[in-house]
Design a protein around this ligand. Structure first.
Ligand SMILES: [Zn+2]
Length: 235
């Protein structure tokens, strides 16, 4: 399956052909739907059929192989036949909010010194857990540092490197909980110029300015060394 979002996260729809369809999910030959992974939720949206009908897609999940995406239809939906031509269209407003928050998570990694042990991107909100023993975190200082990086409008670019190069530079891996997409001989890195570089297979905005202002929600203690920082989009 061709994963269109890998090269262009701004694609809202694409024409595709149904490969298979059953209650576990619909497979297409290509898709703009990002499947749940790397702390980012799967896309929802719809498949438009040639006869004017549509199938509502409530989630997208990874299938059996690296490039396999299962489009999960709404319960009780009539399934399209294999070979049918469809237009696959994501809920763009939701996806764009996820992209803004996901990109902001990379900025937070650059602002906080400490290993990331987990994280979750949500709609309009997100959180990252850091391994930070005995640290007092200043909410206002974190918010100011994040919003400064956002206002500086840094370019955000994915690029690929060979597996061996990443093995030689393990310091590129900032997150311990999320294994980078690997196995095809190359790894996708996300670079925010001058700010952050780490393996990531998710979807991001093109420039940090597009994130818009953010604020810090609760900072929670999750275990002796684990600090959970919650972030909210302000607009
Ligand atoms: Zn990312």
């Amino acid at each position: 399956m061709e994963l269109m979002f890998r090269d262009d996260a701004y694609l809202k729809s694409c024409p595709a052909t149904v490969v298979s369809a059953d209650e576990t999910g619909i497979r297409l030959d290509r898709t703009v739907f990002y499947p749940t992974g790397g702390g980012q939720p799967g896309d929802c949206g719809l498949l438009r059929l040639a006869d004017g009908g549509e199938v509502k897609i409530v989630d997208a999940r990874k299938g059996e192989t690296l490039d396999d995406v299962l489009h999960i239809p709404e319960e009780g939906a009539a399934l399209p036949a294999p070979g049918a031509a469809v237009e696959a269209e994501i809920d763009w407003d939701r996806r764009h909010r996820l992209m803004r928050m996901h990109t902001c998570m990379h900025l937070l990694c650059a602002v906080i010194t400490g290993d990331v042990t987990g994280g979750q991107v949500g709609d309009g909100k997100g959180r990252l857990d850091f391994n930070l023993p005995d640290t007092q975190l200043d909410k206002e200082a974190i918010a100011a540092a994040l919003n400064r990086l956002i206002e500086e409008d840094h370019p955000v670019e994915p690029r690929w490197i060979a597996d061996e190069e990443l093995e030689a530079k393990p310091e590129l891996v900032r997150t311990m909980s999320v294994k980078p997409p690997s196995g095809a001989g190359k790894v996708r890195l996300l670079e925010i110029e001058g700010v952050d570089l780490q393996p990531c297979g998710g979807t991001h905005v093109r420039r940090t300015g597009e994130i818009g202002p953010v604020r810090i929600g609760k900072i929670e203690n999750k275990g002796r060394q684990n600090r959970r920082i919650n972030i909210l989009l302000d607009t």
